[in-house]
Ligand binder design. Structure first.
Ligand code: FE2
Length: 257
């Protein structure tokens, strides 16, 4: 079984890119399920309902979120009505939506969880360790494989979560920094892991944002108006191959298309 995970979509053009490429990419690479982080699909603020619908039609099966997802109030009803649209699980229960879902992949039940890190992140939510532990306990017997999107800034925090859940979750990947890391591997107890899978956005910008805007912000420390970068869109991600004999990850491969 092959699961493709795609990093943060940075703007609406990234959605159009997936609309034009993803179904072909799925067929060519025998992909059984796609998870994509959609929190920035409307550019910085949480995704619009229209873009969520387009992502799902483009071939994304589960949309994960992050620190911006619930900032878009128009999305709140859809967070309540769409089980495959996630916001981080460690938000308070009063926040609309859910932080995990169980979906079918090749006849197996895949539990997909999304959490927000606590290090250098705003807002600072409850412990992601405890939030995931609670979900795994609550859903015992209701899933065969599990996947976790850790939306976080700090590499060490993502690694700590990965080792803590090694062997209990088969797919663990990081999002939020928009910069892919080169550490894809299978951990000792069978968890496939990448610290950050990067983004789906304009490759020549700075994290998907116009270069001049970010350089000016860093040099002058004055308020700036953000704008998406121009130029070619690329999708960064990873393919996790799962072993249905022993319920481990067989391999993790970094991909870009
Ligand atoms: Fe983020």
């Amino acid at each position: 079984m092959n699961i493709l995970v795609i990093g943060d979509l940075t703007e609406p053009r990234a959605v159009a890119f997936l609309e034009s490429k993803l179904w072909d990419y799925r067929r060519e690479n025998a992909i059984d399920l796609v998870i994509a982080n959609g929190e920035n699909a409307s550019f910085i603020t949480g995704p619009s309902p229209e873009l969520v619908t387009r992502m799902l039609n483009a071939g994304v099966d589960v949309i994960t979120g992050g620190n911006h997802t619930v900032q878009n109030f128009r999305l709140h009803p859809m967070l309540e009505s769409t089980p495959v649209l996630l916001r981080p699980a460690n938000y308070p229960a009063s926040v609309p939506g859910a932080g995990y879902t169980v979906c079918d992949v090749c006849g197996y039940r895949l539990l997909v969880i999304n959490v927000l890190g606590q290090v250098h992140m705003e807002p600072t939510l409850d412990s992601p360790f405890d939030a995931v532990d609670r979900i795994l306990s609550r859903e015992v017997g209701n899933y065969d494989f599990a996947a976790l999107d850790i939306h976080a800034e700090a590499t060490g925090e993502k690694l700590a979560l990965a080792h803590y859940f090694d062997g209990r979750i088969q797919i663990i990947f990081g999002t939020h920094t928009h910069v892919p890391t080169a550490d894809a591997r299978v951990l000792p107890k069978g968890t496939g892991y990448v610290t950050d899978i990067g983004m789906c956005g304009a490759a020549d910008g700075i994290l998907g944002i116009d270069r001049d805007v970010i350089v000016a912000r860093c040099r002058q420390h004055l308020p700036v108006k953000y704008a998406p970068a121009e130029g070619e869109i690329r999708a960064n991600g990873a393919i996790f191959a799962l072993n249905s004999q022993d319920f481990t990850a067989k391999s993790v491969k970094i991909v870009s298309f």
